[in-house]
Design a protein around this ligand. Structure first.
Ligand code: PMP
Length: 429
């Protein structure tokens, strides 16, 4: 072979299609074939009529009213008038954006107040805001695990993708995955690690897809025994659990045993943004070293103002939490009475097992098109194949009538799909 045959010349690749386009085409074909191609239903939330949304279908100028059962705004805080007003007031007062990173003129008094409020909520010395819960996990874990040589991170097998991103991105550190919520496995792995290696245990309080919870106190006891730092994601728990909505660690009276509590402002608090709370040293360290905190524009004042109003309200108004759990209880009662199978969880999450991706998608589609109820199908890779499910998150805003209507629709569809055997009679309650 001549040299020119071995290697394409620059002339040959000039203006050629870049191989990445080919890659996208192939990958998308595969994803579609596997039923993993993502489409989003355009849903416009109706703030005054939450949880009613309008669904927009192509070529239809008007939206169609649907009831949403899959919102992560668990308490409906995003539509509370005082929270909306706080956002509007902050825009009027400070403008639409932060105008810079936290360091470059992007820190408003609202940012400082919100960080202090979050620290107080979790009884920690300090708090630090990030642009999302995802970034708070990714940036904090990566920065901590690259701070000293020899870190070993013990990570629950079902940890969220944002924690995994931070853990995997920490070059030079070692990761040990322990079986989900398995204290024996965790202890065996802690005991097998070098005694003097700096250790961190990363885990969640409420695992959002299964709705199960960790034993925070027991994990912290192991952490003390093996001198490990504890990093707890309370994203699906803040606002909902504990006397003031400080999460499961507050409910269980163990928040002081957790070194770093991470949360979101986007779910129980209904707004946007992520945060950690911890000792002043840890927060100070991350504030000065975490790339994902330093090199990005600060959260806009409207978001921070709304979040501050929301956190204050949620802390003070425990009736919102009580109402959520009453609604979840009622929904379970009605599902049970109608013979609709669901997984009983210790949390507010109500999974309805389907076990097949295509069926799961079809049921959700039919629920929406034929009955006007929206629930997201939860499929692989979010959950393992064969465990596909609907994930309902009933909230204070779902009325009895909405529940009856949804349960009727589910009961009918699940019978038609063979998930509920035909002979199971309706049990009226
Ligand atoms: N942690 C967990 C467990 C989550 O489920 C999520 C997102 N759904 C996040 C972190 C990220 O939070 P955010 O949506 O605020 O980025």
């Amino acid at each position: 072979l001549t040299r020119s045959e071995e290697k394409p010349s620059v002339g040959a690749i000039k203006n050629a299609r870049h191989p990445f386009y080919e890659h996208c085409e192939e990958a998308l074909g595969r994803i579609k074939q596997q039923g993993r191609y993502r489409t989003f239903t355009p849903l416009a939330r109706q703030a005054e009529r939450f949880p009613l949304y309008e669904e927009y279908v192509a070529n239809m100028p008007e939206g169609r009213e649907v009831i949403v059962w899959s919102t992560n705004d668990y308490l409906g805080m995003g539509v509370v008038p005082e929270v909306q007003d706080a956002a509007i007031a902050a825009i009027r007062e400070h403008g639409a954006g932060a105008g810079g990173t936290r360091n470059i003129a992007g820190t408003s008094p609202l940012h400082n107040q919100l960080e202090a409020e979050l620290a107080a909520l979790h009884r920690k010395e300090a708090g630090l805001l990030f642009i999302s819960g995802y970034v708070s996990n990714q940036a904090s874990l990566q920065t901590i695990l690259m701070s000293m040589p020899g870190w070993i991170c013990f990570s629950d097998r079902l940890n969220h993708a944002s924690m995994i991103a931070g853990i995997k991105g920490a070059r030079g550190s070692q990761t040990v995955i322990f079986e989900h919520n398995d204290l024996q496995d965790l202890e065996a792995k802690l005991a097998a690690a070098p005694v003097d290696a700096p250790k961190l245990i990363a885990f969640e309080s409420v695992y959002s897809m299964d709705g199960d919870m960790s034993d925070i106190g027991a994990i912290c006891a192991l952490a003390r025994k093996y001198n490990a730092l504890t990093y707890l994601d309370e994203v699906h728990a803040v606002g909902l659990y504990g006397q003031e909505g400080g999460g499961v660690s507050q409910r269980d009276g163990v928040a002081d045993q957790v070194d770093i509590i991470e949360g979101t402002l986007a779910k129980g608090f209904g707004v946007h943004g992520g945060y950690i709370t911890a000792s002043a040293e840890i927060v100070d360290f991350l504030r000065s070293t975490a790339s994902g905190f330093i090199f990005t524009t600060a959260l806009p004042p409207s978001v921070v103002g709304a979040a501050l109003a929301s956190v204050r309200k949620v802390r003070a108004e425990s009736w919102r939490r009580e109402s959520l759990f009453e609604r979840v209880h009622t929904m379970r009662q009605r599902l049970r009475a109608a013979g609709v199978p669901f997984t009983m969880t210790p949390s507010h999450i109500v999974p309805i097992p389907i076990g097949d991706a295509e069926r799961c998608k079809r049921i959700c589609r039919r629920l929406l098109v034929e009955f006007g109820h929206y629930a997201t199908p939860i499929n692989y890779p979010t959950v393992p194949e064969g465990t596909e499910r609907l994930r309902l998150t009933p909230g204070p805003f779902h009325t009895d009538e909405m529940m009856d209507d949804m349960v009727r629709a589910l009961s009918l569809l699940l019978r038609e799909e063979g998930i509920i055997p035909e002979h199971v009679a309706h049990k009226a309650e």
